[in-house]
Each structure stands twice: as C-alpha cells, then as structure tokens.
Design a protein around this ligand. Structure first.
Ligand SMILES: NC(=O)c1ccc[n+]([C@@H]2O[C@H](COP(=O)([O-])OP(=O)(O)OC[C@H]3O[C@@H](n4cnc5c(N)ncnc54)[C@H](O)[C@@H]3O)[C@@H](O)[C@H]2O)c1
Length: 461
C-alpha cells in the first residue's frame, strides 16, 4: 500500500499512471536479468504472485534447467519452478530481446571485487548496456545488485540516457529508474522474501512510487528512501554492520585465547541475555559468501575517491581476513603435538560451505584454510561436506568424502570450518584424535571433550 501523498510522489505522467495500474492489476510483465541466488527467487516470487515473468541469463545451462522445471538453488524448490512453468507465468531465456516485452526490469548480476580489491563493475555495465539498448516508453528499470552509492546514477542511468534521449524519453515521465537492494539470506527459513521488508529509492518520487508498488506485489512492507544513493548506502551499512561486529568478536575471541580460561562463546551467550542494546555475533574462521567479505571494499574504494579513509571498515576487513591464519596456526600446533610431520599428517576439513546448512561455497573460509595449510607443508588434506560434492581450491579439486568412523580415525587433526547441523557430531567426537573447532559446534554434545580445542574457547593457540 502506498503511504505517500500525491505531492510527495510528484505528479505522475499518463505513462506512469498506466504502468502503476498495470502493476496493481498484475498485468505488468517482469524481466529479471541474472538468474542466480538473487534473481531466481525474485523471478519465482513474481511468477507465483501471478505476474508474467521472463528471466534472462547468459548461462544456457541454467536457462535449460529452469525451462525444464528444475531449480539449481537450494532455497528455490524445484516444484515451485515447475508449477510457475506449468501456469505459464515463468520462462527463462538467453535472448535479451525478450526484455522488450517487460514493463519492469530487475538487474541482479554479480558485483565481485578485482584482485586489487576494487569494485568489478563488468557485469553491471554489460547488463546495463543490454537493458538500455532495449529501453522503451513505460519501462521501470530496477538495479538490485549490491554496489557502492552512485552506481544507479553514474553507470545505469547514463546507459539508459543513450537510448532515451534520441527517442525523446524523459526520466520520471516516460521511463523510470530505481535501486532496491536484495536481502535474501540463503538457508534462512524464518525470514523469506515475503516477510522481509524491502527498501526502494528511485531517481524521482514517481520512480520510487513505481518501484515500491512493484515490490509490494511480493513483500509485506516496502520502505521508501529519497534516492537510489540512499538505498545503495543502506545496503552497504547492513553488510558492513555485520563485518564490523564479527571482527569485534573475532578480536575478543583471540584475546580470550591469549588470556586463557575465558570462553568467548560463554561471554557472548551471557551478553545476549541483555534484552536491549546488544545483538550477538559469533567468532569463526573468517568471513564467507558473496556479500560480507566483498561489500566493505566497495565503500572503502568509493571513500578514497573522496579523500576519505574508512579506517574502521578497513580494520574490520583485515581482522576478519586474519582468522584463517589463526585457525591454521592451531592446526599446525595440533599436528606438532603428535609424532608426525606436517607432510605426513592427515587433516580432514569439515565444511566447504561458507555457512551452516547451505551449499554455497563462494569465498568460503575453508578455501583459505586449505590453501594456507598447503603453504605450511600439509599435503594430505581431505574434505567432507554433506551439502557439497566437489570443492575447488586453486588448481586442486576436493571431492567431498563420506564421513565414516574409519575416515575420522585416520585423521591426525580434524578442523571444523562449517557447523552444519547434520554432521554426526557424536560419532566424530568418539573417533577423532584431535578436533580444531572454529564454530563451537561440538558444544551441542553438552559435555567437556578432551580431544576438542575451540577457537575463542580460552585455550586455542
Ligand atoms: N547471494 C546472496 O545471498 C545475495 C544477497 C544480497 C545481495 N546479493 C547481491 O546480488 C547480486 C547478485 O548476486 P547473486 O548471488 O545472485 O549472484 P549469482 O552469481 O548467483 O548470479 C548471477 C547470475 O547473473 C548471470 N549474469 C552475469 N552477467 C550477466 C549479464 N550481463 N546478463 C545476464 N545474466 C548475467 C550469471 O550467469 C548468474 O546466473 C550481487 O550484487 C550480490 O552482491 C547477493
């Protein structure tokens, strides 16, 4: 439901009023560019809400799978894809010309960083170009990729203007542009698209209103901000908030280990009993996933263009990046306590996914841990993750091993990097010689285990 008055939203053109009506009646066609972790759930939600949805991706394998009614994303059920296919509400394609049919186009492409830790805008640029080439009167374009403040205005809009100007199309009257960040949390079954509020900021009040009206088709609450820049910055604040707080507990975890005899896990658990002014974050082997390790660099890079150093954010990123080194020190110490050389020691890594109960391995701390173990001379490394079949670390491919008592007994050290709920913790604890637990995962067994050392547990390194 729109909560703004007409004077706040500005006077809508006939084109805007027609588009708004189409959206409200469910007759608008939605186009989604990029059918990954963000784009695919979004496409399925719009299709389930009854809007005809066309998903565009460069990857023909994904397109083929979706059109066959299958899903390749854990949080999107195959039956949901096949039901929107059967209802003829959803279609995938690699033909960008299909965008001409769309009234609303969402851009959901990756925003990685370069090896120099600077924003890699190749995907946003090429998607913006493809969308801009097909821009027509009555279209709303919404950027959804996480990015630095100013991207919508400085990268997307200039591309759109290249088509708009020669055709006499005016922003806010004939075509509309907004930014609306994604908040999907893979693996989270409590907060899904429908019950997670969404932020929208348009280039003009009418753009914001159309963006919000669109999102209200699939989410319960839309929060409007005054510009795409505010929405872009808001998303970075969300993710940097996590990065900074995780860095804080990681630093304190290392301090607990240095002092000895204080468990950071017990400390966080105790602080979390305060019902206001505290939110628990937990230590771990390093950041992972497509967002939290990357997004702080988007803001630091932008800040430098304004002669501004984001010291706090940079320090947090550095603190979190130190964690895999800290974990590897603990593994090497655990090997040194046994009559075996680093080269001969068997080490089993539990967890390739970047967080528990998901299959997403992007920027997983396990990658860094394995890489650093190898750099320290550990050669015999195995991996087990019930959600992952194979895991690539540099040029090495690890095939996930089935966890058996024999495999566990063969290991000199087991390092747990992901606390999946379905590991057989009891069996591992009973059979393992030495466990380096970076997530306090074995605490669930409810008893002291002499063969487990816990990161931040007060006796780690
Ligand atoms: N994964 C998350 O949990 C999450 C959460 C919030 C925000 N985000 C942000 O959303 C954006 C997308 O992330 P993702 O996780 O969905 O990425 P992804 O890699 O899972 O999916 C991106 C898709 O875009 C396709 N693609 C790339 N360039 C294209 C182009 N020019 N035209 C058409 N398709 C193209 C790729 O083939 C891929 O299927 C990123 O900016 C990310 O930071 C991700």
């Amino acid at each position: 439901m729109s909560t703004q008055t007409q004077s706040e939203t500005g006077t809508a053109s006939v084109v805007a009023a027609e588009l708004k009506q189409k959206i409200e009646t469910g007759d608008a066609v939605v186009g989604i560019v990029g059918l990954g972790y963000v784009g695919l759930p979004l496409a399925v939600e719009f299709a389930r809400a009854g809007l005809k949805t066309i998903g565009i991706d460069l990857d023909p394998v994904k397109v083929e799978k979706l059109n066959a009614g299958a899903s390749y994303i854990q949080d999107v059920r195959g039956e949901d894809v096949s039901s929107v296919r059967k209802a003829e509400k959803f279609e995938a394609s690699d033909d960008f010309d299909r965008l001409a049919e769309s009234d609303i186009v969402f851009i959901c492409v990756p925003t990685p960083i370069t090896t120099n830790k600077e924003p890699d805008m190749r995907f946003v640029r090429s998607a913006s170009e493809a969308v801009a080439e097909r821009l027509r009167r009555g279209q709303l374009i919404v950027l959804r990729s996480t990015t630095y403040p100013g991207t919508t205005e400085d990268i997307l809009l200039p591309e759109l203007i290249k088509t708009a100007e020669p055709h006499g199309l005016k922003l806010g009257e004939d075509y509309f542009v907004a930014f609306s960040p994604e908040r999907v949390d893979p693996g989270n079954t409590t907060y899904t698209t429908a019950n997670t509020p969404i932020v929208v900021g348009g280039m003009t009040p009418v753009c914001t209103d159309l963006g919000a009206t669109t999102m209200e088709k699939i989410v319960g609450h839309v929060h409007r901000v005054s510009s795409p820049k505010a929405a872009e910055m808001e998303k970075l604040l969300e993710n940097i908030f996590r990065s900074v707080n995780i860095a804080l507990v990681n630093e304190l975890a290392r301090l607990c280990d240095r002092i000895g005899g204080i468990s950071m896990w017990e400390v966080v658990g105790a602080a979390a009993t305060k019902p206001f002014g505290f939110m628990p974050f937990y230590p771990g082997p390093g950041l992972g996933g497509h967002c939290i390790p990357i997004d702080p660099y988007y803001l630091s890079w932008l800040a430098r263009r304004y002669d501004f150093e984001t010291n706090f954010i940079t320090l947090s990123a550095r603190t979190n990046e130190e964690m895999p080194y800290y974990v590897v020190d603990a593994v090497v110490k655990a090997i040194a306590n046994q009559p075996i050389s680093l080269a001969e020691a068997n080490v089993l890594v539990l967890g390739a996914a970047f967080k528990k109960n998901v299959d997403d391995t992007r920027h997983s701390p396990a990658d860094r841990v394995i890489d650093l173990l190898r750099a320290r001379g550990v050669r015999q490394i195995e991996l087990s993750d019930p959600f992952v079949t194979t895991f690539q670390v540099g040029s090495l491919e690890f095939v996930s091993r089935e966890l058996t008592p024999e495999l566990v007994r063969e290991q000199h050290v087991i390092v747990l990097t992901t606390d999946h709920d379905n590991y057989p913790y009891e069996m591992i604890a009973e059979n393992a010689r030495c466990i380096v637990d970076t997530r306090n995962a074995f605490a669930r067994l409810g008893r002291r285990l002499d063969n487990v050392t816990v990161l931040g547990g007060g006796d780690f390194v």
